[in-house]
Ligand binder design. Structure first.
Ligand SMILES: Nc1ncnc2c1ncn2[C@@H]1O[C@H](COP(=O)(O)OP(=O)(O)OP(=O)(O)O)[C@@H](O)[C@H]1O
Ligand SMILES: [Mg+2]
Length: 575
């Protein structure tokens, strides 16, 4: 048995357990590969301060084999980094920092390449260019899974070649893999549509296996603010991590360690913490052993320290959320809510929710829950995701919807739940579902309730309007008759009487049109909804066909829709 003991490389482990990374079946594997590349592309563009234009091409080679090409206009990758990024698992720039980004583990793109290599034997081809007057590098590489090391097969330099990269910089990755293409739920198409909703600043061009080109245009021409990187919060770390940090710190004294390696600890707080542990700021780090670290840990728990700063979080924001949703979902009522930041395990996070109701959405189905984490759509493991649980635990009956027990509501409703955080607690390496932390679920429910209340107000008001306008039409039907009768009995002036009665009828049923203003159908609920920046109500609903089984019904022709708020009158993006 002793002779059988040997090291296992991380890539060997994940090659055997590829389902842990989201490569469990050909259909899902293809989606995961595209998702990893597109997420990286968006991350790179945003970090480089560039408005993203992502090109995705899925080329079918034979029945079960596909060639995926994903190109971005990001800052590109320096030649020396290319092989490690694409040919080595657990290598990346995002793992060791606390900064909001789509990627965090350093596995994504190399795992996609590894899956391609395992299923087709074909290497990954990367072309990257870092500037206008710089050469493009084309690197063909394989991963040596037994050693988790890249093997470069060829390396070609294309001096000043700008044919691929219009802006003079960017990265293109091509992976050949075994896959299966299918439209509908959990498809590449759905992933890209939802990516367009959560990233209204990105332009996405998608060439499908049937050689159709779909464009997802930009809804806003501004990049989101760059999120700041933060240091760990003392309250969020465990004893083991504290010991490791003490072992690895570059600081020589305890005071320096506490103030430089953590956020929210100034000189006074550091003094308070060290005093509580029976030490001082001048205590040498090398004298801090296990027992001292434990005292320090206890003292941290006893000390009041303010919550981490939240400028590290950049939510999509109600305005952009609504713009994204309006572009892709054919509903009549939209509402959004962004919660203030909160903290779980010392990590700042923030929740935002948007809903779309009615219009062309399917009336008979269950509501659709769109889940996002740091702007990335999550398409799998819905029922184990915290956001799905939060939707099911919210009492939608209070807002006029039907809801089976312990389930999500039914009816023409789309609910979008987005979590932003410096570290999203995924349930697995494949980053499919958010873990169920109480703090997170509570925030999600509060945001859902806020949107639900607005929807409830709208639905109640709509019902009342319909009732009143029915009443008015009954009055109107008889007013002419009544005027004529009064004229023949007492000789009253028909015209005068008709006008007076009409005025009365209008006054008595004024609710029917008190919500309709000169623009068409403004729902002005004494300012409660009409003036709400986070609500959009769409007119011309007769133009919206019922959506097909896909959420956003590509085939359905998009028409101009007038929204009821002057400032938010928008047109659907043309495709
Ligand atoms: N298109 C790209 N442009 C520029 N840099 C990139 C690009 N793709 C990947 N990178 C760099 O390569 C690193 C590794 O990417 P990879 O997808 O493997 O991991 P990650 O994005 O850090 O985390 P995750 O595993 O969660 O996706 C990234 O951290 C990033 O620095
Ligand atoms: Mg990644």
């Amino acid at each position: 048995m002793a002779a059988g003991q040997r090291d296992i490389s991380v890539s060997e482990f994940f090659a055997k357990n590829r389902h842990l990374l989201g490569f469990d079946n050909p259909r899902k594997a293809m989606l995961t590969a595209i998702k990893e590349a597109v997420d990286n592309a968006l991350d790179a563009c945003e970090e480089g301060g560039i408005l993203p234009h992502i090109y995705v091409r899925v080329l079918q080679i034979n029945e079960s084999r596909f060639k995926l090409t994903i190109r971005d206009n990001g800052p590109g990758i320096v030649r020396a980094q290319i092989e490690n990024i694409f040919g080595k698992l657990l290598y990346g720039s995002k793992f060791h920092r606390l900064k909001m980004s789509r990627g965090q583990q350093g596995i994504g793109i190399s795992a996609a390449g590894m899956y391609g290599l395992m299923t087709t034997g074909k290497p990954v081809v990367i072309i990257s260019k870092i500037g206008k007057r710089k050469a493009a590098h084309e690197v063909v590489l394989k991963m040596d899974t037994s050693k988790n090391r890249p093997m470069v097969i060829s390396d070609t330099e294309h001096p000043e070649d700008d044919t691929l990269f219009e802006d003079g910089h960017g990265t293109q990755v091509t992976i050949e893999l075994e896959g299966k293409y299918q439209k509908g739920r959990q498809s590449i198409d759905e992933y890209l549509e939802q990516t367009a909703i959560a990233n209204p600043h990105a332009k996405i061009t998608y060439v499908t296996p049937t050689n159709e080109t779909l464009e997802f245009p930009r809804a806003i021409e501004e990049l989101p603010e760059e999120p700041k990187e933060i240091k760990p919060h003392p309250k969020g770390i465990e004893l083991g991590t504290l010991i490791q940090m003490i072992e690895r710190t570059e600081q020589r004294q305890l005071g320096g360690f506490l103030t430089k390696d953590f956020c929210r600890v100034g000189a006074t707080k550091a003094r308070e913490i060290t005093k509580g542990a029976g030490m001082t700021g001048q205590t040498w780090i090398k004298t801090v052993g296990h027992a001292e670290a434990e005292k320090l840990y206890d003292s941290i728990q006893r000390t009041r320290i303010i919550a981490p700063n939240t400028d590290c979080l950049v939510p999509i924001g109600s305005k952009a959320l609504l713009a994204g949703l309006l572009k892709e979902v054919k509903a009549e009522f939209f509402a959004a809510s962004t919660r203030p930041p909160n903290v779980y395990r010392g990590n700042p996070f923030q929740i935002e929710v948007a809903i779309g109701y009615g219009g062309g959405l399917g009336r008979d189905d269950n509501a659709k829950v769109l889940r996002f984490a740091n702007r990335v759509p999550l398409l799998y493991s819905q029922s184990s995701c915290c956001s799905f649980k939060a939707v099911a635990e919210t009492s939608w009956k209070n807002y006029g919807l039907t809801q089976p027990r312990n389930s999500i509501p039914s009816g023409p409703l789309v609910v979008m739940v987005h979590m932003v955080s410096v570290w999203v607690p995924f349930t697995s390496e494949s980053k499919e579902a958010i873990a169920d932390y109480d703090e997170i679920r509570k925030e999600m429910k509060l945001a859902l309730q806020e949107c639900g209340r607005k929807l409830g107000t709208y639905l109640r008001r709509r019902k009342r309007m319909a009732r009143e306008s029915e009443r008015r039409s009954v009055f109107e039907r008889y007013i002419g008759e009544i005027s004529r009768c009064c004229n023949s009995i007492v000789g009253a002036d028909i015209d005068k009487l008709y006008k007076a009665l009409m005025k009365q009828a209008k006054r008595r049923t004024d609710e029917a049109d008190s919500k309709l203003d000169d623009e068409g159908r403004v729902l002005d609920d004494n300012g409660r909804l009409g003036n709400d920046e986070d609500v959009i109500i769409v007119d011309d609903l007769q133009d919206i066909p019922e959506q097909e089984d896909t959420l956003f019904g590509k085939s359905a022709k998009k028409k101009k829709r007038k929204t009821t708020k002057k400032k938010t009158t928008r047109k659907r993006g043309k495709k």
